[in-house]
Write a protein that binds this ligand. Structure first.
Ligand SMILES: [Fe+2]
Length: 198
């Protein structure tokens, strides 16, 4: 059993599986795969690594609160629908569906995974290093996975290298420049999702 399989099996709960759409579970698992590849290149303690893994695996748990017709809507969202979607980080961070072992730091990362480096993200509009390091990492892994996923609702997936170019383009605005730099260094020669599929 791989590390990912182990963590996935250990952390998932029957009621969580029952209430989260399969596409969201697959996305969270892919983000975990990406995070594991990156984390091997970082000098994190065991406790930090576990918290980051937990945050990756549960970062979108708040999406259980979003009606499926909004979550999987084809095409443009209305302002009202966008606000409903933007509640999912706060809802997820305090969700009763999270295993009780998920730490306060992991919950903070879940709450902040849609913050942007330039302060224009949500839910709090944090900027730069106000954003927890784990959330800075998740933001990059989340968007990389979303860009390359075949499950995009209304856009074609982009290639691995195109996704890395897009991350680089958004370094310093959407993402931490350091995290993007490290991601490109690690992912350039190996796509984490192709590795996982293999
Ligand atoms: Fe999210």
């Amino acid at each position: 059993m791989s590390v990912v399989e182990y963590i996935y099996t250990l952390r998932q709960q029957k009621r969580r599986i029952a209430s989260i759409p399969p596409a969201v579970l697959r996305h969270e698992r892919n983000v975990l795969e990406c995070t594991i590849l990156l984390v091997k290149s970082l000098d994190l303690s065991s406790a930090d690594t576990i918290d980051l893994m937990d945050a990756a695996l549960h970062h979108d748990i708040g999406k259980v609160s979003i009606p499926p017709d909004i979550l999987f809507k084809q095409g443009q969202l209305t302002d009202e629908e966008r606000l409903i979607i933007q509640r999912h980080p706060d809802i997820g961070a305090s969700s009763k569906l999270l295993p009780s072992t998920v730490s306060a730091r992991a919950r903070e990362a879940i709450r902040s995974h849609h913050e942007r480096w330039d302060g224009t993200g949500y839910p709090r509009g944090l900027a730069g290093d106000q954003i927890h390091l784990f959330a800075q990492i998740l933001a990059v892994m989340d968007v990389y996975e979303a860009m390359t996923s075949c499950e995009r609702t209304y856009r074609e997936p982009v290639s691995h290298l195109e996704a890395l170019d897009e991350l680089e383009r958004c370094a310093g605005s959407q993402f931490s420049p350091l995290i993007v730099q490290q991601t490109i260094k690690v992912f350039r020669h190996q796509s984490p999702l192709l590795l996982a599929a293999g």
